[in-house]
Design a protein around this ligand. Structure first.
Ligand code: ADP
Ligand code: ZN
Length: 757
């Protein structure tokens, strides 16, 4: 077979972007533009096979070189390659075509992120097995047996079981009658049983929007009515549902889900950490009578296949998923809910780099339906959009049932320092808990209540160094210190997974057993709590100790059922869980997230600590939060202590304006990486030379990335900043157009960067 690279001609996809795709049809022999799921520049022309007609969105098999790819008809062919050179498509899959809104969405995301459209398409075709028709379900049903048929006791049992006239799969009938498959075969042959084909199984039963939810409070009812009104309007709108933790936001947006279902539309709910939210699924089931389709990276092949097809065929009415669920081929999508919309987890950082919350707004716009953003601590970007009147705003200012917001007290670590703990052995243990926090823990335990100690640091200690020479243990392939994990007895790199035992002698000065741990991680905090409160039942929740959704569910249930007195957790415990007996939250190191130059450091620290604080006192018992910090004057700490979110965001907004940071300017990062530093720097030189001279924007860099070496690759960053009114994608295209990274060098573009590592 000839290599078809030459015959299949690339065609700029931008030419097609604005074309209306009404019910075009391409008949046999016609030329069609086909988008391949590959990082290519555009659409390739193919011919429609004989006795076939194709429409835009049809999923087809396209030959390319020696391969056969699953691809999608994108529109009419470009016609710039001689027809004799074109290949013919191999066939069409018997699945619904990708809807027009979905195709426009793929083009839009590609255009915005500067990713090749085929790379975005690949995310939409992420369950290739779903394209194969489901295996037919055969069954046996009783038929009129010939008079003279020999009746054995086994045959008698089969006929008795089948006498009710229902069709049963053979295995089931054999089991019921207690006979072998051979007996059934003989009965089919004799004509006493008939084979029939059953309708395909329904995996996603219809949710029932009519089931009543709880009786809503006045504020909840008003918010729910407002959301129902946006659905009745049948058009695009964005609404922020803004309410303190425990105010009933989930109950309220369930009303919007019900309204969309009543209107015959599909619903997508995006959650940041779907794998950990068994509680959410249970609540959904209570409200709607069935489980929704679930979509995230840990969903197995069989379920993915079923869910993808059911979404495309309109059988699955509600999908709850992580960001990748945005790219499913919804037949009738009519509402998106983004819960915890401020979460950084919505930003995908590799492959196609995109912010799922922002792209969800685009998807709603293209589909002309409403989207609801939900948070107790909305992102600054969203609040600015509310202020500008672009987004609607619904507020739930009170916790349901009148539970009070916990009081946040700052503990100034410069004044009250943790005292060392004298162990029975005479040794002294370093402490990370100040006297006021220790006292609060004692009181909580004495009252028979629970405490949560929050420390967003995995492992035993963030840094391990030689007492004799100060040598620090660094990852051999990353710019990162190794983190000691006593649980596994190893040092680990949190960036590349490198792990090694603690060396016996220091590689710097050859002193023996000279390594000391610096600073606390959750494992070290556990050691301290066990020494201080030997009677207490203590558990740790971090991504090292809790390795899967089932384990997380068990752990959370143990906290809920008061099987633990003290819980130590990293950020994975901060979100959405409801613990009725938890009355104390101690933040061990409130300053942790503030270091580093990330423009969102304050905002994120505020959001995270607010979420953590929200774990305290969610039921009748009032909660208390002690926040240890060395910088109590910091606006983040002040806002948390005063419970004044608005003041904090007003300040942050001013600071962003002043420093021309998003959303008051546009940013894009260009990250280049490669195994050889000199070659990389040479390429960076070419990038710098190519910066267009005609102003309107600034380019910073190249600078070594904070993670200057990652997995053995050197990394350099450029940052492009321009006014909001400018089209940053056009600037990037002009700048980078002629620059092909040589050899093993890779160039990534991150529009609206969230990570600056
Ligand atoms: P949020 O999403 O704002 O944190 P939730 O919707 O999870 O709040 O509500 C917090 C708790 O209060 C949940 O257990 C929820 O079932 C309960 N709740 C909220 N509103 C009501 C209501 N109107 N009637 C009964 N229970 C409610
Ligand atoms: Zn590493």
């Amino acid at each position: 077979m000839a290599d078809s690279h030459a015959s299949a001609a690339p065609k700029a996809s931008s030419a097609q972007r604005s074309e209306p795709r009404t019910s075009e049809e391409f008949s046999a022999g016609a030329r069609v533009g086909v988008l391949l799921p590959l990082p290519l520049a555009g659409v390739y022309d193919y011919l429609v096979p004989e006795e076939t007609s194709l429409s835009p969105g049809d999923i087809v098999e396209a030959p390319l070189g020696k391969r056969v790819l699953t691809a999608v008809v994108w529109g009419a062919g470009a016609g710039d390659v001689a027809e004799s050179k074109l290949k013919t498509l191999l066939g069409r899959f018997a699945v619904p075509p990708l809807p027009e809104a979905e195709r426009r969405f793929i083009d839009w995301v590609a255009d915005y992120t500067l990713a090749p459209p085929g790379a975005v398409l690949r995310m939409a075709l992420s369950a290739p097995q779903a394209l194969q028709p489901p295996a037919p379900r055969r069954a046996l049903v009783a038929a009129a047996a010939p008079e003279d048929m020999k009746i054995t006791p086994a045959r008698q049992r089969v006929l008795a079981a089948a006498a009710d006239g229902f069709a049963r799969p053979a295995a089931e009938l054999a089991r019921e009658a207690g006979v072998s498959a051979g007996v059934l075969k003989a009965l089919v042959k004799a004509g006493a049983l008939r084979e029939v084909e059953l309708a395909p199984a329904r995996h996603f039963p219809l949710p029932d929007p009519a089931t009543l939810g709880p009786k809503l409070s006045k504020a909840q009812g008003a918010a729910a009515a407002a959301l129902r009104a946006t659905l009745a309007e049948c058009g695009f709108s964005v609404t922020l549902l803004d309410g303190v933790t425990g105010s009933g936001k989930t109950e309220v947006y369930f009303e919007a889900v019900a309204a969309a279902l009543e209107a015959g539309r599909q619903v997508l709910v995006l959650l940041p950490e779907i794998a950990l939210s068994a509680a959410w699924l249970k609540r959904f089931e209570t409200r709607f009578g069935v489980r929704p389709a679930v979509w995230h990276s840990e969903v197995g092949h069989a379920e993915r296949k079923r869910a993808w097809r059911a979404v495309a065929e309109g059988e699955a009415r509600v999908v709850v998923g992580a960001r990748s669920a945005l790219f499913l081929p919804y037949a009738e999508l009519g509402l998106i809910v983004v819960d915890e919309e401020h979460e950084a987890a919505f930003k995908q950082e590799d492959g196609v780099i995109y912010q799922a919350r922002d792209m969800a707004v685009v998807r709603a716009k293209l589909g002309a339906f409403p989207i609801v953003l939900v948070s107790a601590t909305p992102s600054l970007e969203t609040l600015v959009n509310v202020e500008a009147g672009r987004y609607g705003h619904l507020e739930l200012p009170e916790r349901h049932g009148g539970a009070l917001q916990p009081a946040v007290e700052l503990v100034d670590l410069r004044r009250v320092q943790p005292e060392k703990i004298a162990l029975a052995s005479g040794e002294k243990l370093q402490s990370w808990l100040s006297p006021p926090l220790r006292q609060a823990i004692s009181e909580t335990l004495a009252a028979g209540e629970q405490g949560l100690l929050f420390l967003n640091r995995r492992g035993y200690a963030p840094l391990t160094l030689c007492r004799a020479c100060g040598h620090r243990l660094q990852c051999p392939s990353c710019t990162a210190w190794l983190v000691e994990h006593r649980l596994t007895g190893r040092l680990q790199c949190h960036h590349c997974g490198f792990a090694a035992p603690l060396p016996k002698v220091c590689p710097g000065c050859e002193a023996a057993d000279s390594f000391a741990a610096c600073g606390p991680g959750v494992e070290r905090l556990e050691e301290e709590l066990r020494a201080l409160y030997p009677e207490a039942r203590i558990g740790v929740m971090s991504s090292d100790s809790i390795t899967g959704p089932a384990m997380a569910e068990r752990f959370l249930a143990a906290v809920q059922n008061h099987e633990l007195d003290l819980v130590i957790g990293t950020q994975i415990i901060a979100k959405g869980h409801h613990f009725p007996m938890l009355t104390l939250v101690g933040v061990v190191d409130g300053d942790l997230g503030l270091a580093g130059g990330d423009l969102r450091a304050s905002e994120r620290t505020y959001q995270l600590l607010h979420q953590v604080a929200g774990r305290a006192g969610r039921a009748e018992r009032p909660g208390k939060v002690l926040l240890q910090t060395t910088d109590p004057a910091n606006p983040v700490m002040q806002a948390l202590a005063a419970g004044d979110r608005d003041a904090f965001f007003r300040r942050e907004i001013e600071a962003r304006k002043e420093h021309r940071n998003p959303p008051f300017a546009r940013l894009a990062a260009v990250i280049v990486s490669g195994p050889d530093a000199d070659a990389l720097d040479a390429f960076c030189g070419r990038i710098t030379k190519a910066v267009p001279r005609d102003g309107g924007f600034e380019v910073h860099g190249p600078a070594p990335a904070p993670l200057a070496v990652l997995r053995g690759r050197h990394r350099r960053r450029f940052l492009l900043r321009c006014r909001r009114e400018l089209h940053i994608q056009t600037l990037l295209r002009r700048w980078l157009a002629g620059l092909r990274p040589p050899g093993a060098i890779r160039l990534q573009i991150d529009v609206d960067p969230y990570s600056f590592m």
